[in-house]
Structures are given as C-alpha cells and as structure tokens.
Design a protein around this ligand. Structure first.
Ligand code: NAP
Length: 355
C-alpha cells in the first residue's frame, strides 16, 4: 500500500508526447505540481501547448531538460517527487536502426530513469507506460495463450530486434523495470500495458505512430482496402485516467492491460465512413491475404509480420484494469471520430467534402 503526498511534485518523463500530454493535463487539472522532463524545453513547438494547459489549470508546471540516453539526466527533475510517470519511449514502426532508434531509448532509458529513482529517496512509486506489445508480439501468438486470450500473466515471446522491434523494445524495457524494482523495497512499480491508443491529442499532431495509423485510414492510402488486422484500441483520455489511478490508488500493483475493445482496421474504417461519408475513400473491405503479402515490402513491411498477424484474432483480457483501476471505457466510435475530426480541423487530413 503506497500513499502519495499530493503536495509533492510529480515527474512525467516525455511530457511532450501524445499519451503524456493527457496525463500532464489531468495532473494539472487536479491542482498538482508537474515536473515535465522533456528533451528540449526551449522548443516552443513541443512545449507551448503544455504551457497553455497549465495556465488554465489549478496546477503548476515546471520544465526540466532530460534525455533517456544521458546517464543521470532525470536526477534534477525527480528531486522531491514521490510519484514518477515514466512514459518516454519512441513509438515508431519504421526505423533505420532498431537498436539505436527503439531498443536503446526504451531499455537504456528505463534503466537510466529507474537508477535515478534508486538515488532519489523521496520516490515511493513508479508508473511505467509499457504496452500490450510486451504481452502479445503477433496476433497469432494469442493462440498459445489459454482460451486464445492474453492476460497480464503472459509475456511477448516472439518479437526480436529484427522482427517487430518496437514490441521487442517494450518487452525488454518492461522486463528490465521489473528486475530493477525487484532489487529493492523502497518504491513500488505499477505497469500500464495499453493497446493502440486513439483519440484526440491535446494538440493536433504528434510523432506517435497512432497518428500515422489513423491518418492512413482516411488520406486515400487505404482506398482499395485494408489488411485483415485485428487490434485492441483504447482512448487516450481513458488511458490518462488509468495512469492517474495507477499512481494514486494505494493498492495498485502489477501489470494492467488497458484496452477498451478488440477492433480491426476495417471496422475502424467503417465507423469513420458512417460518420464522415464516402468522400474520404475509407476502406470498404479487406485486401486479399496474398496481395498484402506480395505488396508488403513495397510498403516497408516484412512478410513475416504480415503472415503472423493477418486474419488472426487479437484478444486480450481487460478485466484487471477495469476492476483494479476503475476504468470506464468510452465507446471506440467516440474515440476514433473525435481523433479524425481533429485531423480534419488541423488540416492533417484534407476535407474532401468542401467544394
Ligand atoms: P509520442 O507522442 O511519440 O511520445 C514519445 C515521447 O518519448 C515523446 O515525449 C518523446 O520526446 C520521448 N522521447 C523519445 N525519445 C526520447 C529520448 N531519447 N529522450 C527523452 N525523451 C524521448 O508517443 P506516445 O504514443 O505518446 O507514446 C508514449 C508511451 O506510450 C511510449 O512509452 C509508448 O511505447 C507507449 N504506448 C503507446 C501506444 C500508442 O498506441 N500510442 C500504445 C502502447 C504504449 P520528444 O517530444 O522530444 O520527441
């Protein structure tokens, strides 16, 4: 049981990110003091939206410069904190060098942050943003889990540096976090394992892969159809609530799958089509498996990834998150249409309905 003193500052690593933005907003709206650790506090483009939110809130925001790959980089921002949200980690599917671009920031970054935690006597709890990718590597892996459904008991066993390197980066980083947490008993670790995060950002655009995936459903890329991929989805606002509760509920512990429901690229397209009309060329069907396999390298995907995901149901049990963290998920229709509307409003997606 861990009780957090709300008069103490709270650290959010990677506060400039899509997920962290909503966590930071929630903390500020609750009147708390947030230490926002960011790579470049002087870059107005990446921090201006946080300053605006802080100005409208009851809370206090302070920026600190920190990089996952610099040893000791988080010491200053962690000073006096009892609670640390470690969200910083790249979420990109296509990278040149998976070790440098994904695994190092995820794994060395997590070690670096947690070594700062070990040095900072005030810290009582760390909430780590892992991923459901640390549980399920490819959809086909669900078949090896009891009843074909993944739970917090399972670990991704199939991803490697060469196959699904993002999922691999999240798996090794979370394993490292549990290892470091297990070597001491001053602070506890609570882990959040979200599925694909959707919903509007606290600003219109982020580097997160979430934006690239949803944009491709409506920018014409998917007009001929989408691969038959099954995925879990969760609203970014509900995910922020899950993080908040994981931070402050004294009894919170262990891993939590945070996923509103299982969906598919086709069903997301169909929701968007019903709401926004046909002018955006949303997919009306799925592409034949053979065609996707043949085209995969042209689109920058490996055939092994396609063959281990296309047509296989992706299933994860979200019961623990609902019960232990009290999460009430909003409908996926609301999340995806709010996000798409924001993309139209910001010009990220051209509104083809305008004459
Ligand atoms: P995002 O918007 O790209 O945020 C990533 C954050 O990590 C950014 O603040 C980025 O800082 C920071 N970062 C990256 N490399 C860094 C480095 N070397 N040093 C310091 N900071 C660094 O992505 P997101 O979707 O919000 O992801 C946030 C977390 O959620 C990640 O841990 C991700 O794995 C996890 N997650 C996301 C999803 C999803 O669907 N979006 C699903 C499951 C889990 P800059 O602004 O300086 O680039």
């Amino acid at each position: 049981m861990t009780t957090i003193n709300t008069s103490k500052p709270i650290l959010v690593t990677g506060a400039t990110g899509y997920v962290a933005g909503w966590i930071t907003k929630k903390l500020l709206d609750e009147g708390l003091t947030v230490h926002a650790a960011v790579r470049n506090p002087n870059n107005k483009d990446s921090v201006a939206h946080l300053i605006q939110i802080a100005e409208k809130s009851k809370g206090t925001l302070k920026f600190f410069k920190a990089d996952l790959l610099e040893y000791g980089s988080y010491d200053a921002s962690m000073k006096g904190c009892e609670l640390v949200f470690h969200t910083a980690s790249p979420f990109i599917n296509k990278v040149k060098d998976p070790q440098r671009d994904l695994v190092d920031p995820a794994l060395l970054g997590t070690s670096n942050v947690l070594e700062s935690v070990n040095r900072t006597e005030s810290v009582k709890r760390v909430v780590l943003t892992s991923s459901v990718a640390a549980i399920i590597g490819d959809a086909v892996d669900c078949q090896r889990y009891p009843g074909g459904i993944a739970t917090e008991e399972q670990w991704n066993f199939s991803s490697t540096i060469n196959h699904q390197p993002y999922s691999y980066s999240k798996t090794v980083a979370e394993r490292k976090a549990w290892e470091i947490a297990g070597e001491q008993n001053r602070w506890d670790l609570v882990v959040i394992n979200p599925s694909l995060v959707i919903g509007p950002g606290i600003k219109p655009s982020f580097n997160s892969e979430s934006f690239r995936i949803i944009k491709q459903l409506g920018d014409g890329t998917s007009r001929l159809g989408v691969p038959s991929f099954s995925i879990g989805v969760v609203d970014v606002r509900d995910l922020a609530e899950a993080h908040y509760n994981a931070g402050f509920l004294p009894e919170a512990n262990g891993r939590h799958i945070i996923s509103a429901q299982e969906s598919s690229l086709l069903s997301l397209s169909q929701i968007l089509s019903a709401h926004f009309g046909n002018d955006f060329h949303f997919a009306k069907g799925t592409l034949p498996r053979l065609m996707v396999l043949l085209m995969a390298p042209l689109a920058g995907f490996k055939r092994k990834m396609i063959s281990r995901n296309i047509g296989y149901p992706w299933r994860a049990d979200n019961t623990k998150g609902i019960k232990a963290l009290g999460i009430k998920y909003r409908p996926v229709e609301k999340s995806i249409t709010d996000m798409f509307q924001q993309m139209i409003n910001s010009g990220m997606i051209k509104d083809k309905r305008k004459k």
